[in-house]
Ligand binder design. Structure first.
Ligand code: AMP
Ligand code: MG
Length: 417
């Protein structure tokens, strides 16, 4: 193992690897099983609590995919042209009521039920009509332009499995089955507070040495996008008793508790110590940058994540650990962590020893090929880097500096929360 001078600090034998931390979190999470029935219109972003079996065929009937004429496939001539008699019209929502016979056809609109006796639709552009007679030619195929009953979803089929996150497509599919109320995993309750004597709310004037509590807003934003119920316990001072009281209150009401700040080794960092008294600390140091101090454990039945105070560390640790843990806790089926390998056009500074999540901008170069570039300064207090970036550049523990043109893996922000 080669270590750049001055980088020994990056190898900390007490730090867990990211993969091991994820494994430990995973084995500590017991997915919720309580369900509630929710009207379909309120289901966006929520997790399905049961398998959905199709009660019907979608579409329910054979219907036309085109405006044109419904005919019998056997009436298509082998060569030349053939004339068919138009005997009526089939509208979407108003079927043609009578059976048709050889040599007959029915004017049909898109979505209309294919009349009895017909099985093929001729596009209106491909039929020549004179009064009630159309002429068709041999360039048509029997069965064309007909959507078969059940071709989207067949009756009795498993349409979606429990654990699926409901996005707009799922809402539409459920509506197409006529299901108005959905059994969902109950909403996850997540309590959080920020810690730090230096923190001010946005309605307070900043005194000397104060900063605004930006973590409250990034955490609220990320939790909102995860679709959980948020219990905001405010800013808590760096005082043992205040932190203890906040924890007890949080553990009483929430499935998971998130804090920011107070987990490093400073003299006013009481979060980890309080967690040790009230619950169990599973680990509190991870070999990653940003975000080395991250306390994970349990208080009673609530999961606990003590995020670092630095604003970029908060977001990086939330994306990497809190987000997958909360998804699992709320019953969501695991989804693959998509990493994309692309050339990096910037020079990246990195010492071996920790896995790094540098902020990058993934874009297409002038040849239309994906490349990533760095947002620049990578300090854990540079929150604007998270706003400029659209991805993490994920650099493995052993990796050192990356020269321009080197291949790196990126993880897109979009879809993470
Ligand atoms: P700590 O982990 O408490 O030592 O905090 C590390 C750094 O993050 C310090 O510079 C804090 O001022 C800063 N910080 C802590 N909490 C917040 C917060 N809620 N919003 C913005 N910055 C914070
Ligand atoms: Mg602090």
């Amino acid at each position: 193992m080669t270590t750049a001078p001055g980088c020994m600090d990056d190898y900390d034998t007490n730090s867990l690897s990211v993969a091991e931390a994820l494994r430990r979190i995973d084995s500590d999470v017991q997915p919720l099983t309580d369900t509630e029935a929710v009207p379909l219109c309120n289901c966006l972003g929520r997790i399905l609590g049961e398998d959905i079996i199709s009660p019907v065929n979608v579409p329910a009937h054979h219907n036309s995919a085109m405006d044109g004429y419904a005919i019998r496939g056997s009436d298509i001539p082998l060569s030349g042209a053939r004339e068919l008699q138009v005997v009526g019209t089939a509208w979407a929502g108003k079927a043609f009521p009578k059976p048709t016979h050889p040599g007959e056809c029915v004017r049909i609109m898109t979505g209309a039920v294919v009349p009895e006796g017909t099985d093929t639709v001729i596009m209106q552009e491909h039929a020549v009509r004179h009064d009630d007679v159309i002429q068709i030619n041999s360039n048509n195929k029997p069965g064309q332009h007909v959507r078969q009953a059940g071709e989207d979803l067949a009756i009795g089929q498993i349409v979606m499995q429990a654990g699926k996150r409901l996005l707009p497509a799922e809402l539409g599919v459920l509506a197409s089955l006529g299901i108005a109320k959905i059994k969902l995993v109950r909403c996850l309750r997540v309590a959080f507070f920020t810690t730090g004597d230096e923190l001010c709310s946005l309605d307070e004037p900043l005194g000397a040495g104060n900063i605004y509590d930006s973590n409250r807003y990034t955490i609220t934003g990320m939790l909102t996008r995860l679709g959980v119920e948020i219990i905001d316990l405010g800013i808590i001072k760096d005082e043992r008793e205040a932190i203890r009281t906040a924890f007890i209150q949080a553990a009483d009401t929430a499935d998971a508790i998130i804090t920011s700040g107070g987990v490093s080794v400073g003299e006013a960092d009481f979060v980890k110590e309080t967690l040790e008294h009230l619950g169990q600390v599973n680990f509190w140091k991870i070999a990653m940058k940003p975000g080395r101090p991250l306390a994970f454990g349990k208080i009673n039945n609530s999961l606990f994540f003590g995020l670092p105070g630095n604003p970029v560390s908060v977001m990086a640790t939330f994306y990497q650990f809190v987000q997958p843990a909360l998804r699992r806790l709320m019953g969501q089926a695991p989804s693959p962590n998509l990493l994309v390998k692309v050339p990096c056009i910037s020079r990246l500074k990195k010492a071996p020893g920790r896995m790094e999540f540098q902020r990058g901008i993934l874009e297409a170069n002038t040849n239309g090929e994906l490349v990533v570039r760095s947002t620049g300064e990578q300090g854990s207090g540079i929150l604007s880097s998270m706003s400029q970036a659209n991805c993490f550049i994920v650099l493995p523990v052993t990796c050192g500096n990356v020269e321009p043109g080197g291949l790196v893996e990126v993880q897109l922000f979009e879809g993470l929360v």
